[in-house]
Write a protein that binds this ligand. Structure first.
Ligand code: IMP
Ligand code: MG
Length: 190
């Protein structure tokens, strides 16, 4: 597969953390497990826009069971690299989650605030079950306890971009996960 790789943005990238191959291997492994776990029932995959879109697309394609896809747009971050802590819904799901088995597909869990809010929200709407797959987690940054049943990679406390993750709307289409050079976001609130 040819796409935007680190070599194409070398001036702004410090180093690669998770390669494209590692990303797709992990997604395939989790998808195989989820395909077993949900073999008997329907599953509604919910992704938070925009960061989780790449993970959702790859993950849904790796499942061997039927799945529905839905999206929600939440805002907790500005243009900087630190969560503001306040969650607002910019665009809601189109599906009614009442009685559904929901699997939230997340790009990254940082403080855990976004995810813990979303899990509570979907349970409050009457979902039959709510589980989470997070491709990346920064364990050292966790402020709020959230149960991530399907785990991807733990990463250090560094701001990362790629495979859906952005810095100020850039680098989402990078094919791997990488750490930016600090001068790229020095003007931000990091
Ligand atoms: P939390 O609420 O602090 O857990 O933040 C979760 C959301 O913040 C993620 O779904 C991302 O959209 C964004 N985020 C957290 N860490 C990073 C990062 O290192 N790079 C890009 N976006 C991030
Ligand atoms: Mg996100």
């Amino acid at each position: 597969m040819v796409g935007m790789q680190i070599a194409d943005v070398r001036d702004e990238i410090d180093h690669e953390l998770v390669s494209s191959t590692q990303i797709h291997d992990k997604i395939a492994e989790v998808a195989a497990q989820v395909s077993k776990d949900y073999a008997d029932g329907d599953v509604l995959l919910v992704a938070v826009l925009k960061g989780a879109v790449n993970t959702l697309a790859a993950f849904s394609q790796a499942l061997s069971i039927p799945a529905q896809l839905d999206f929600m747009s939440l805002s907790s971050y500005g243009a900087g690299t630190v969560s503001s802590g306040t969650i607002t819904v910019r665009q809601d799901l189109s599906a009614d989650v009442t009685g559904r088995n929901v699997l939230i597909v997340e790009d990254i869990v940082d403080s855990g605030r976004t995810l813990s809010w979303l899990v509570a929200e979907l349970k409050g709407r009457g979902a039959a079950s709510v589980e989470v797959f997070a491709l990346l987690e920064k364990p050292s940054r966790r402020e709020v306890e959230v149960d991530v049943k399907y785990k991807g990679y733990d990463i250090p406390d560094e701001f990362v971009v790629g495979f859906g993750l952005d810095y100020d709307e850039r680098f989402r289409n990078l094919d791997s996960i990488a750490v930016l050079k600090s001068e790229v976001y020095q003007g931000g609130q990091a």
